[in-house]
Design a protein around this ligand. Sequence first.
Ligand code: PMT
Length: 401
Amino acid sequence: MILQDKKILIAVTGGIAAYKINLLVRRLVTEGAEVQVIMTPAASAFVSALTLSTLSKKPVYSDFYSENGTWNSHVDLALWADLMLIAPCTANTLAKMMHGQCDNLVIATYLSAKCPVFIAPAMDLDMYAHPSTRQNLEMAQDFGHLIIPAETGELASGLVGEGRMAEPESILQSITDYLNIFNDLESFSGKTVLVTAGPTYEAIDPVRFIGNHSSGKMGFSIAEAAAARGAQVILISGPTSLQVRHERIKLVRVTSAREMYEQVFKFYDHVDIAIASAAVADYAPATVAAQKIKKSDEHLTIELVKNPDILGEMGLRKKSQFLVGFALETENEEENARGKLQRKNLDMIVLNSLSDEGAGFGKDTNLVKFITADAVYEFGLKSKKAVAADILEFIQKETLK
Ligand code: PMT
């Protein structure tokens, strides 16, 4: 039972879907989880604290102080939790979470939480489709939170559309899927993992650069998966809006390939595992113009020089590290990936192809093959978090051989 003894903190906010939380609490408790419920003041109009407290077998808090004058510490609540779920999450609470508007116990607890955060939004269809809600949900994803998307159906307003909170069984499934992925909590304990992520930007002048579409999602997912399994992680990332909050992840932000190279080799000799998922520019402008280049002739030629091959250099300097590279291909995929595996002296290469739907830059999913000197392992389309879990599972098996 993956949920046995898991500490789940559920924050209920003021939406009609709050009534479904009774069922979810009961299911979680039956599965062996310890459940603590907190509520916004508005939630109590939709669901009773008494019911939730009876089902969870714990007092339910909705204010910073109880009637007897004791402090309901948001910090203690947040640090207690293995996982926090905000369900239903109204547009109002979502907006406050994203902007740190800390005016109730739920938001204060959320801001103090270091554990994985799940958000199950619920609102009317136009609110759900509004650009401000979409932006807030994207921001939540960038913060590393997991969104359990709203479903389509009849809404409290009588309208039909997308905005219904996911059913308790789907929420339960999302939580158990996540825990199954991150189940093996100690398997990388004592190991140090270096991960490169994101794009690099190669400056042309003070306002322009050569870059690519990498979002950093793949690399950040790997870093989070390694840290969740007990590793100390050094995450060296090019420019991305992604954030990370894990005490075992040291995030080093860089801009160019050369900066990434310098940072990587500050750490490389002392790591056990290195995984290069960054999309590093192969070339950079030979010189960076001191001032913005003015429009003049019909043609502008920029001389490019080769950037260091960071992964190639890691392969050359490899001692006992387990070295994993990525290959982003558009044609002759396996052949090209195999070439990189050999040339860069890798233990394994993760091949993804831009010709596959749902794979590559920016997406939340990826479709990969793992290629080693003597085998190819194929996988279906999965979330990048699940791909990250597969990579770590593979490394664990290989290094235990
Ligand atoms: O960030 P996302 O939006 O989530 O997208 C993920 C991804 C598509 C960027 C990722 O899955 C991926 O494929 N990363 C590698 C992209 C790439 O640059 O592939 P490549 O085939 O050009 O490079 C081969 C390997 O050498 C890569 O591990 C790369 O990090 C490394 N490299 C390349 C050039 C260079 N100068 N230095 C390097 O270290």
